[in-house]
Ligand binder design. Structure first.
Ligand code: TXA
Ligand code: MG
Length: 329
């Protein structure tokens, strides 16, 4: 049973940081902005607090969570870093990168948070508010995206509220996020593997490594795949409205999610939003989830999405759009 909570919403600031740390210490659930998307945080070392995350999100309990920490030393207490992992951490943290590593022997993170795996996903976010909360709390914080399971990830406090009001203790409002898609996940296995494209382009990681990231043998996010990144369900990012990809024209009644110069027949669209009229992929990533939510509310027959180039942040954008397009009946 989920007890209705009185969800407090505080603007960014010292008071909010102190209240967030207090709520986390008490085993509460706190939504806060990171540079990628808003996260729903809980004390990673408190199994009951972690359990409340799954409950609040309606999330399948086999889905492991990312542990967020403020600094590398804290990360090294919960994960075992080899040379590759250290190289990536030094070059790219803080930032939109999650590393999957073997758990340390005395890892204090609750088994439930790692879904019983012997690996752990760790991230040091760069958002100043996230960092302030992590520093004030002083322990690892697990934080999935702060949305109901299966919904689009939240990029504003209002999105969080729409999904989780009455189900969590606190929302810290730090305004819209910068990046707009979740972190890139790299498995630090014998050969580093791209488990999830995300807010840090693959090219930036490969430059640091001096080699290409390998792909999982199967889609790490598909339901039937062996669980390398086990929680990543194919339909994870689905809006309610059907999503049609690579649209080069639109049917009457469809809403259009454009990129660059819109397709010719936009007059017949029921609604048009442009991810980036200039064709800028970072602007498109930042707008993606908010625009999907907005178009989903328009009662269109479908959301037609124009093609988006697959380099840089385009890889993560196309990944999320493909998942949004998978039928959910
Ligand atoms: O940008 C982000 O990463 C956001 C912000 C809040 O930090 N968080 C986020 O968390 O996207 P979530 O829970 O929505 O996605 C975490 C992903 C899941 O797909 C999960 O399967 C994968 O990380 N994961 C977690 N632990 C793992 C592990 N030990 N091995 C492989 N994949 C893991
Ligand atoms: Mg998520």
């Amino acid at each position: 049973m989920t007890v209705a909570l009185n969800t407090l919403i505080l603007p960014a600031g010292e008071d909010a940081v102190a209240e967030a740390a207090r709520a986390l210490r008490a085993g509460g659930l706190v939504a806060f902005p990171t540079e990628t998307v808003y996260g729903l945080g809980a004390d990673a070392t408190n199994a009951r607090a972690v359990a409340r995350i799954y409950q609040a999100k309606g999330r399948p309990a086999f889905n492991p969570l990312i542990s967020h920490v403020a600094e590398l030393r804290a990360a090294q207490r919960i994960g075992r870093f080899d040379d590759t992992a250290l190289t990536l951490a030094h070059a790219l943290w803080p930032g939109p990168l999650t590393l999957v590593l073997p758990k340390s022997r005395d890892c204090a993170v609750a088994e439930l948070a790692t879904a019983g795996l012997d690996t752990i996903a760790i991230r040091i976010p760069s958002h100043p508010l996230a960092r302030a909360i992590l520093a004030a709390f002083g322990k690892p914080v697990v934080a999935p995206s702060a949305n109901m399971s299966g919904h689009v990830s939240p990029t504003t406090a209002a999105h969080v509220r729409a999904d989780l009001d009455g189900r969590i203790d606190l929302i810290v409002d730090g305004g819209p996020v910068d990046v707009g898609v979740e972190s890139t996940i790299v498995g630090c296995f014998e050969t580093p593997m791209l488990l999830r494209p995300g807010g840090l382009p693959r090219e930036a990681i490969e430059r640091v490594l001096g080699r290409a990231l390998i792909e999982p043998l199967v889609d790490a996010e598909s339901d039937s795949a062996q669980p390398l990144a086990p929680g990543m369900l194919t339909s994870h990012y689905a809006p309610r409205t059907r999503v049609r990809l690579n649209a080069t024209s639109i049917a009457p009644g469809e809403a259009l999610l454009a990129f660059g110069a819109p397709v010719a027949d936009t007059e017949s669209a029921s609604f048009v939003m442009n991810l980036s009229a200039q064709g800028d992929l970072s602007e498109a990533a930042a707008n993606l989830f908010g625009y999907l939510r907005a178009l989903d509310a328009k009662e269109a027959t479908a959301i037609a999405v124009m093609p988006i180039p697959n380099h840089g942040l385009g890889e993560a954008i196309n990944d999320r759009l493909r998942r949004a397009a998978v039928g959910r009946e």
